[in-house]
Design a binder for this molecule. Structure first.
Ligand code: AMP
Length: 210
């Protein structure tokens, strides 16, 4: 199964992608995680990506598309993959279609009025878990692995506003693009918990095409 996961910032793409990849045994590829690893490692790609990420803008296609193309040549994607954060524009979707055919575009629909609070209250762990500050009761470590939680550099109000604008202009048109190809599956997140969203995602994926 080759899936891409779409959704506005804060829709819970990373959380759902981790759960999907565990349940369906497919590799989770997150372009945001790849960029963050490069920033941490001080690579040239990281240095370039940081200025765009901090501004809530898209990292240039010339860099992003090459990273994904290269990643999709590895052996571990043969049985499928889940692309989280790519494509993020019609251009990237067209580029992807030149070197692979995805089966499903999973669209997580979220109420945009909730996004600012969701993201600005987000606390991340290096293991991939994420929390909201309102549920942590003052704790600063991860319940799963014990690591210290941190706030992503781009999870601040100014950058979130820009990320939302970028999403609306560049990424949202992909919903119609994949709907026209009969590949779109939409799950409405509403006020559901991550586990409830995941149950709805599994139902939607399992019944897709039946
Ligand atoms: P994410 O972790 O998916 O929220 O991505 C964090 C940031 O990385 C985004 O706001 C962009 O600046 C950058 N980024 C991630 N994926 C892409 C992509 N497909 N194209 C361009 N920039 C990206």
């Amino acid at each position: 199964m080759k899936i891409i996961i779409l959704g506005a910032p804060g829709a819970g793409k990373g959380t759902q992608a981790t759960k999907i990849s565990e349940k369906y045994g497919i590799v989770h590829i997150s372009t945001g995680d790849i960029f963050r690893a490069n920033i941490k490692g001080g690579t040239e790609i990281g240095k370039l990506a940081k200025s765009y990420i901090d501004a809530g803008k898209l990292v240039p296609d010339s860099v992003t598309c090459d990273i994904v193309k290269d990643r999709l040549t590895k052996d571990d994607v043969k049985d499928g993959y889940l692309l989280d954060g790519f494509p993020r524009s019609l251009f990237q979707a067209e580029e992807l279609s030149k070197f692979d055919d995805i089966d499903i575009c999973l669209n997580l629909e979220v109420d945009t009025s909730l996004i600012m609070d969701r993201i600005c209250g987000r606390r991340m762990c290096a293991c991939g878990e994420s929390y909201h500050v309102s549920t942590l009761g003052g704790k600063t470590t991860c319940a799963k692995c014990g690591n210290e939680l941190y706030v992503r550099d781009d999870d601040n109000p100014a950058t979130v506003k820009s990320r939302l604008d970028t999403y609306n202009v560049m990424t949202a048109p992909l919903i119609a693009y994949y709907a026209a190809q009969n590949k779109l599956v939409t799950v409405v997140c509403g006020t559901k918990t991550p586990d409830e969203v995941f149950a709805a995602v599994c139902d939607a994926l399992d019944s897709f095409g039946k």
